[in-house]
Design a protein around this ligand. Structure first.
Ligand code: SF4
Length: 514
């Protein structure tokens, strides 16, 4: 969320010293035969990372604790920092910390967040900008009053807006995209707060699902293309008005016993006050570009996003993969955890037994995102371990959801073969990742994406699999549609971006030899 993207210039603001760094990003290693040597967190955990989850609640006597429960369910969307703000009609309190939601928000801390309204945020950021400074919600005291904001996504036209706001006297406390939205609200000429929010949102481009709070109101909005999910739910109260809830994913409603009501629409701004829920369409006309990778990997299978259950999409991806590129085998083995649902679909469609041939250690997670950790050489072996007696002498179809640099896939294939598998066939439940994301997913630049630099046969040779196949783009889109007519962003598979502004340096051709 803190990368600032400029057309043609790779610019980042270092959160620790506020200095603008306009240098080109470091080049990748010269060949794919060497392991990545940078200290980036992507090397430590090669999965792509979502950058945020948001949550909001209006009209609950213990609102902050409800937001805590929701954030707990959204923890997969970001594990580095979390924050909760609450309001009681008079005051607006805000507490943020580094770490997991359950580590920061003890009973004592939650007791300092009174009120019937609350918003919350859980965040992942790259190692260099993981400062508490940029944790959210961000609270800004402006001429329009106190505003707290929590944001999921990435804005892409920040450079000009920030410069203009600074010329107009804005003083930025953070390097976060989200503060730009608040500063735009504060500097808007619109007469009412809701008009100022609509005015501000219509000036920014990119991905944002946001929740905002003043002392007595909650707002929720999605960008006009609907990149990131945001759902609205309701808790029926027998003795008073309903409690209204917003969350990045509907799985957050279940712990609260809230009922899913609907998605916040692309370009919609919803306001909740003591008079009830009102909504306006602040922007229209942009084609929907919801992130298809939410269905492939990020969102939890027990969530319903973009009008479709994630579990259904992943099951269909596995089935489609079996139809498109089935291969004779003894077992279908998922790369846990994200490959599990697609592997079940594949196994059922292909009529091949499903087995947990790789076991994941669930307790190593955060060790790998500590900047100074010393055990990274263990890499994949620390997280995954093969079941030797199951794999020995068998033909195995491995199902995973992506290949980013290729180094992790190669280690997993070697691990399965090392456990005695006779054949290892890798199947990926989405198309090759050939271009970086600018909309809230932390991807390496194009030069570091193996599929942007090698053919599928070259990747197969590199990862040492007996065969390799990806799901087709048409197949993926079919799997994510169901009864819905959702328009999806597929830029990381096609290089065709739905917005005009991208960071040109990130999409330069490869500099590695292939
Ligand atoms: S580029 Fe890929 S990861 Fe990013 S929003 Fe589009 S589909 Fe999602």
């Amino acid at each position: 969320m803190t990368r600032l993207l400029y057309q043609g210039v790779a610019g980042e603001i270092d959160a620790s010293n506020q200095a603008m760094n306009l240098g080109a990003p470091g080049l990748a290693s010269e060949t794919w035969e060497s392991e990545p040597t940078s200290q980036s967190s992507l090397d430590q955990d090669p999965k792509l990372r979502e950058e945020c989850g948001v949550m909001a609640i209006y009209g609950h006597p213990d609102a902050a604790r409800q937001v805590y429960l929701g954030l707990y369910a959204l923890q997969h969307r970001g594990q580095e920092s979390a924050g909760i703000a609450s309001a009681d009609g008079q005051h607006l309190a805000n507490i943020k910390g580094m770490g997991l939601v359950s580590e920061i928000f003890t009973d004592d801390v939650l007791a300092k967040l009174p009120g019937s309204m609350s918003i919350g945020h859980t965040r992942y950021s790259t190692t260099g900008d993981s400062a508490l400074l940029n944790a959210q919600p961000i609270r800004v005291d402006s001429v329009k009053g106190l505003i707290a904001i929590a944001h999921n996504g990435n804005l892409v036209n920040l450079g000009n807006i920030r410069a203009r706001l600074e010329r107009d006297g804005a003083y930025f406390q953070t390097t976060s995209d989200s503060e730009i939205i608040v500063q735009l609200i504060a500097h808007s000429q619109a007469g009412t707060l809701v008009d100022a929010i609509a005015d501000s949102l219509s000036q920014v481009e990119g991905a944002f699902s946001i929740v905002m709070m003043t002392r007595d109101r909650i707002f929720a909005a999605r960008d006009p293309r609907g990149f990131r999910p945001l759902s609205m739910g309701r808790i029926k109260n027998a003795d008073g008005p309903d409690t209204i809830v917003f969350a990045s994913e509907s799985c957050a409603f279940d712990l609260l016993r809230a009922k899913f009501e609907r998605d916040v629409l692309p370009g919609e701004l919803v306001m909740v006050t003591e008079d009830g829920v009102t909504s306006r369409q602040y922007a229209s006309g942009a084609p929907q570009s919801s992130c298809v990778f939410e269905h492939v990997y990020f969102a939890r299978p027990d969530s319903r996003i973009f009008g479709r259950w994630v579990q259904e999409s992943r099951d269909q991806m596995g089935r489609q993969l079996a139809r498109e590129s089935g291969v004779p085998a003894d077992f279908v083995v998922p790369v846990p955890d994200s490959g599990v649902t697609a592997a079940l679909g594949y196994a059922e469609e292909a009529g091949i037994p499903f087995r947990f041939g790789l076991i994941r250690n669930h307790y190593v997670g955060r060790t790998f995102i500590e900047p100074e950790q010393r055990v990274r050489d263990f890499g994949v072996r620390l997280k995954l371990n093969p079941v030797h007696n199951l794999l020995e002498g068998k033909r195995v179809v491995l199902i995973d959801d992506s290949i980013i640099r290729g180094t992790t896939s190669r280690k997993i294939v070697r691990m399965v073969r090392g456990a005695g598998a006779k054949e290892v066939h890798l199947r990926i439940s989405c198309p090759p990742t050939v271009s970086p994301c600018f909309y809230g997913v932390d991807t390496p630049s194009k030069r570091d994406l193996i599929a942007a630099n090698k053919s599928i046969e070259e990747i197969r040779q590199y990862i040492e699999a007996d065969s390799l196949a990806y799901l087709s783009l048409d197949g993926l889109l079919k799997c994510c549609q169901g009864e819905t007519h959702t328009g999806y962003c597929t830029a990381c598979y096609t290089g065709i971006y739905p917005t005009q502004w991208v960071d040109a340096d990130e999409i330069l051709p490869t500099s590695v030899s292939v």
